[in-house]
Design a protein around this ligand. Structure first.
Ligand SMILES: Cc1cc2nc3c(=O)[nH]c(=O)nc-3n(C[C@H](O)[C@H](O)[C@H](O)COP(=O)(O)O)c2cc1C
Length: 131
């Protein structure tokens, strides 16, 4: 499922929770403020402070993400990431950092390509994959 304009609006404004897993299967979840949709299937994330998240992604480039406002936007997104430490995506997150209230210097740009979307809306359809 491609991201609808309502979902794009929530993702533009909201904190998201990002889950990763090490190659031996230890899960890790963190809140992330600098995550913005670039288009209807791609989310750009700034690695400002990542530690376990970044190590996990280098071992296993799979990510799951839900918006903090899951009551308003009840979706779980899963995808594969690429990590950039230079180039246009890195320049973009660097600009976000320069324009932040407290200046930040991102270490990398994480580009998530959404491959699967699931509903987490409470009810009989909860957990179902959306096409
Ligand atoms: C409200 C909030 C927003 C955050 N936003 C970001 C962010 O945009 N980028 C980032 O790298 N870390 C961000 N962090 C820090 C991460 O949540 C986390 O502390 C960091 O990735 C280290 O944890 P880890 O070792 O599990 O990766 C944020 C933390 C909070 C509480």
């Amino acid at each position: 499922m491609k991201l609808s304009s309502d979902v794009l609006d929530v993702l533009r404004d909201d904190l998201v929770f990002v889950a990763t897993s090490s190659s031996v299967g230890v899960p890790n979840v963190v809140p992330i403020g600098f995550a913005r949709p670039l288009d209807d299937e791609t989310i750009l994330i700034a690695d400002n402070f990542m530690d376990k998240t970044r190590k996990n992604l280098e071992e296993n480039p799979k990510m799951a993400l839900i918006p903090k406002e899951a009551a308003k936007c009840p979706y779980q997104f899963k995808g594969t990431v690429q990590i950039f430490t230079s180039g246009k995506y890195f320049d973009e997150v660097t600009e976000w950092g320069e324009n932040a209230m407290t200046k930040l210097k991102p270490k990398a740009a994480i580009l998530m390509k959404i491959q699967e979307t699931y509903t987490v809306k409470p009810g009989p359809e909860a957990g179902k994959k959306l096409e």
